[in-house]
Design a protein around this ligand. Structure first.
Ligand SMILES: [Zn+2]
Ligand SMILES: [Zn+2]
Length: 349
């Protein structure tokens, strides 16, 4: 399912040839590909920078979308760590391989020309995918294949965002947005860092799901003014501190505003969501409270390896609420566009 023109539905394209691989590459037969909110931005063609300004996504069309890819190795060099027939999850955030960030294992922040799969190179909304190097395959044997795909983006981003909050057990983490990423972050924060978790969303169904996954308290932001919400959050925060970390998976002026407002001293607001706009923060508070506002984009290959280990131990389980045939990609994207998806939906070739 290819993105052929900005703003248009994806198009089914067919080829009768199964791709052949060259030295070092790997061919993966796709079991499932997760449908990510960022795909909607790729289709739209830009991010909203606020004040009418936009940033182009920079995709070269046509391209096959899909960066949450789980599948079975179909062809690979015999010297690779994973074998033909192994179930794997594909690390899609592949960099140029030669810039400073790539050389330090941070390919997701490549300063050169990144080769992100499903973004700048053909991705997983397809029967097969050619992965440029076998080292980007992470063995996922023992995990339900349906729950493997979301680890590559929503799981990875949630994991690295929680790590960036540097929480101690019993600290209070505020998660804004209880979609695919928020539900993963809730599980990771509860089970891995043993923090307490509060979740904000606008949808009761998603808040209930957050509670089922272990959130300690949930708040519907359509029912509370920002001031009241901040008061309630401070009341459940560590005594005299407020909230110890905030992850904003939405990324609008209003969500970042509440996130900044409740930050306790020496804590971090991690901005992840790409909804867009311009934010205003009172400058003296950065110094007076010693707080940090930082961004986070996906995660490293090493982060994915760590996350897959946690999934193998059963500590985290991505919430998959639906599976659509690959040809129905546009239907799945529409559901996501209208906020009707609980956790993640998958495409199945
Ligand atoms: Zn994604
Ligand atoms: Zn690079």
């Amino acid at each position: 399912m290819k993105l052929v023109a900005e703003g248009q539905p994806l198009e089914l394209t067919t080829s009768l040839k199964t791709p052949l691989i060259e030295d070092g590459e790997a061919l993966v037969k796709v079991d499932y590909a997760g449908v990510c909110h960022t795909d909607l931005h790729f289709i739209e063609g830009s991010y909203n920078l606020g004040n009418g300004r936009k940033l182009a996504t920079g995709l070269q069309l046509p391209v096959t979308l899909g960066h949450e890819i789980a599948g079975k190795v179909d062809d690979i060099s015999p010297s690779a760590k994973v074998r033909k027939g192994d179930r794997v999850v594909v690390y899609p955030w592949i960099g140029c391989g030669s810039c400073r960030k790539c050389l330090n294992g941070m390919e997701n922040l490549c300063e050169g020309r990144p080769k992100f799969l499903g973004v700048f190179m053909d991705g997983g909304y397809s029967d097969y995918i050619v992965v440029p190097n076998a080292r980007y395959l992470v063995s996922a044997e023992g995990i339900d294949p349906k729950q493997t795909a979301p680890l590559a983006c929503s799981g990875l981003t949630a994991y690295s965002s929680v790590v960036k909050c540097d929480l101690k057990p019993e600290d209070l983490l505020l998660i804004i947005g209880a979609g695919g990423l928020g539900t993963m972050a809730t599980q990771i924060a509860k089970k891995v860092t043993r923090a307490r978790v509060a979740v904000i969303d606008v949808d009761e169904v998603k808040l209930e799901l957050a509670l089922e996954l272990g959130a300690d308290s949930v708040f519907n932001s359509t029912k509370l003014e920002e001031r009241e919400l901040a008061k309630e959050l401070r009341a459940i925060g560590s005594v005299g501190r407020g909230v110890d970390g905030v992850i904003d998976f939405v990324g609008t002026p209003s969500t970042s505003s509440i996130g900044f407002r409740v930050l306790g001293k020496d804590s971090r607001l991690v901005l992840v969501g790409l909804a867009g706009g311009l934010a205003e923060f009172p400058l003296p508070l950065f110094a007076l409270r010693g707080v940090q506002v930082i961004g986070n984009f996906t995660g490293t290959l090493n982060d994915l390896v760590e996350l897959v280990e946690l999934a193998k131990k059963g500590l985290i389980t991505p919430v998959v609420s639906g599976v659509y045939p690959l040809e129905d990609a546009n239907l799945a994207l529409d559901k996501l566009r209208h906020g009707e998806v609980k956790g993640r939906v998958m495409l199945e070739p």
